[in-house]
Unconditional design. Structure first.
Length: 422
């Protein structure tokens, strides 16, 4: 969701609360009704069983809505309270009150809402010409109600796009990008990464050419940037970058984790990686406002030990990051992933700690157990350590301090925290 829109929604809700606070004259001796503080958001927690999820490993998942994550005495249990979800995937687009996705039936776009302890279908739109697979697409918001979905076609040799009006879920445009495969390559990256720069109306699409489809394919030793006019969908530039070999998460876009963001100055940041001594090592790259290629030599995360899996901007140059340590493992279930604060100006990072000790590493390479609550100026993130109860921590953005929050009952694999408008 856009930061300003979220703040406006919260401010409006608080004003409504103040307007309906009961009043009485000085002569009225009746009990005063206490003011009720309205919190115009809640959190959706998602877990899996048996193993960590992501990328079709989770045949079903469980979701629970909660009002707060900050109470250390609170423990959330999904048995008898969390909703089991199977027809819709954990890979989802979130904005405001709703979530959007291509469900497992792979025949339509769905607008959903988790409310009252169950997943509700708000509206659905059957595919027209372009068809999409569940979990395998990227997206960008042009404004509050215009969403672009982008992926490759069935043979992965063409990049297709669809524009949706999310108010009524109508298709307002679709087509394909005139991007040709490089000589000697037969397919494109399944999804790529997409983001929209409002300042000049440009879409940035990050993708690669591949020798063949699949994870074992030989890719180009670099990735490309297609600069697209968002109104006409015309490709204005195709740039070969020289700062990293692959964009992070290009197989499934940003459906599970956040890989791109803008700062206050309009600079675009992208999580990527290159192979170093046989290991994939993450980088945080930058395209400065008004530019189209990455800033030469810039990497805000030079201390990476593995891939950079999630980046969420906190403001004032600070980023909450979830990254891996390749020495500890690289599989989905490896206990090898940790949280840091990256400073994009100083190009430094600091492992998060609690009680004077660095927080333990987590399992789940496709997990995003973190959200940024701009109203509270806090970030919430979950640690799913080996042989330990999943624990949520609270990061105070202003002070940089970490406190313990709520817990998740043992027996679950903690996958996601999402913040949802009421």
């Amino acid at each position: 969701m856009k930061k300003m829109n979220f703040l406006h929604a919260m401010a409006a809700a608080l004003l409504l609360t103040a307007g309906f606070t009961s009043c009485s004259s000085d002569d009225d001796d009746s009990p005063k009704t206490p003011e009720v503080v309205v919190t115009p958001y809640h959190y959706d927690l998602t877990v899996t069983v048996d193993k960590h999820g992501g990328m079709t490993r989770d045949k079903k998942h469980y979701t629970l809505s909660v009002d707060s994550l900050s109470n250390p005495a609170k423990e959330y249990n999904f048995t008898g309270s969390g909703a089991e979800i199977e027809a819709y995937t954990m890979e989802c687009i979130y904005k405001g009150k709703y979530m959007y996705q291509v469900p497992t039936s792979e025949d339509r776009f769905s607008k959903l809402q988790f409310k009252g302890g169950r997943l509700q279908v708000i509206q659905e739109q059957p595919f027209k010409t372009n068809t999409y697979s569940a979990r395998k697409y990227t997206h960008a918001w042009i404004n509050d109600s215009t969403l672009i979905i982008m992926s490759t076609n069935g043979s992965n040799d063409q990049v297709i796009w669809t524009k949706l009006n999310t108010g009524n879920m109508s298709i307002i445009g679709e087509g394909s990008l005139p991007i040709a495969l490089a000589e000697g390559y037969s397919s494109f990256t399944t999804s790529g990464l997409l983001n929209y720069r409002e300042s000049d109306g440009k879409l940035f699409y990050f993708f690669q050419n591949k020798k063949k489809s699949g994870r074992t394919s030989a890719n180009e030793p670099f990735f490309r940037i297609a600069v697209i006019d968002a109104t006409t969908m015309k490709v204005e530039q195709e740039i070969i970058n020289s700062e990293a070999e692959q964009p992070q998460g290009s197989a499934y876009g940003e459906l599970l984790q956040d890989f791109t963001f803008f700062d206050e100055d309009g600079n675009l940041y992208v999580s990527a990686f290159s192979e170093v001594d046989g290991k994939n090592i993450g980088k945080l790259l930058r395209i400065k406002k008004g530019e189209y290629n990455f800033e030469a030599g810039y990497n805000a995360f030079p201390d990476a030990k593995g891939k950079l899996l999630t980046v969420q901007y906190l403001g004032n140059g600070q980023v909450l990051a979830y990254a891996g340590d390749a020495e500890l493992g690289t599989s989905i279930d490896s206990y090898a992933y940790y949280y840091s604060i990256i400073n994009v100006n100083a190009k430094t990072s600091q492992r998060l700690a609690y009680g004077g000790k660095e927080l333990p590493v987590s399992g789940g390479s496709f997990s995003q157990r973190s959200v940024v609550n701009t109203h509270e100026k806090k970030a919430y993130f979950g640690v799913d350590a080996e042989n330990a109860q999943p624990q949520i921590y609270v990061y105070d953005i202003a002070t940089g301090t970490v406190t313990a929050g709520s817990k998740i009952s043992e027996g679950y694999y903690f996958e996601q925290i999402r913040i949802i408008e009421d």
